[in-house]
Write a protein that binds this ligand. Sequence first.
Ligand SMILES: [Zn+2]
Length: 286
Amino acid sequence: MIKRLLLVLLISSVLASAQTTAFGTKATANATAPAVTDATAPATKGASKAVEEEVDNSVVITPFRSLTPAEAKTSRTFQLSKVNKLGFTETTRELQRLYSAFATQRIIDGSPAGSSKATGYLATVNYALVQDLGDNRFLAKAAWPATGPNEVLAAGVDTMAVLLLDKPAKVGDTGKITGMHVGTVALRFTANYAPLAGKRFTLRREAFVECATLEDSPAGLQKFVEAVIAGAEMSATTNEQISCKKCGGLGQIREPQKGSLTDKLTPCAECTKGKVIVSVETKFVP
Ligand SMILES: [Zn+2]
């Protein structure tokens, strides 16, 4: 399902974009305008046809940089049968926290399980549509928060992005979606917005596919627990703050100095004050 969405995003749509260009409007104007004289009418028609052949209005979207790697640095298991048992770290509260993370990382789709694991970072994307690229794909002015461990996907602030929306929309529409980041794409197109109208060029932009995530509800948690007990393989990835291994959590590195009794102290380059944020995959077992 997700792969199909990505394909839809990348397929170029020469036809769809041709319909929405200025030429469509021009042709209509020619047709409705009263014919001035018999001599000028065919000439205008001929000229507009010649321009139409010159301008390339195809939209070509190709992957430029693949998905932000979502792989976790470490993994651990959460055993449901140990919840709230003395001597174990599994608690109801921790289960709730992890389930909340799980719910936001699952994409509702047509798979037998009803949802599948998101393959890219999910972010709330606010947008204003700038240009219709055909097939529900749009160039949009967008904003989203930084996501991923150590904010791998930088925040967008009034940033042009490519969006694949669920429902038809039109230029000028604004809205908010849950978007799955599907990597950076190279978009080759002819701009039809000021001040670049008519200019054909390539933009490299972050691309998002609109999606729906699972609802974080008690009923959802119940269903999730039942699925795990029945043997479903489920996992959630969370950002956890852990002590830095390189400096032992001190935040600085000691080096003996020649001819000096005191050690040289260098701030550790791999952490902030001895702490690092790592992405941890928690696998759920019965
Ligand atoms: Zn460190």
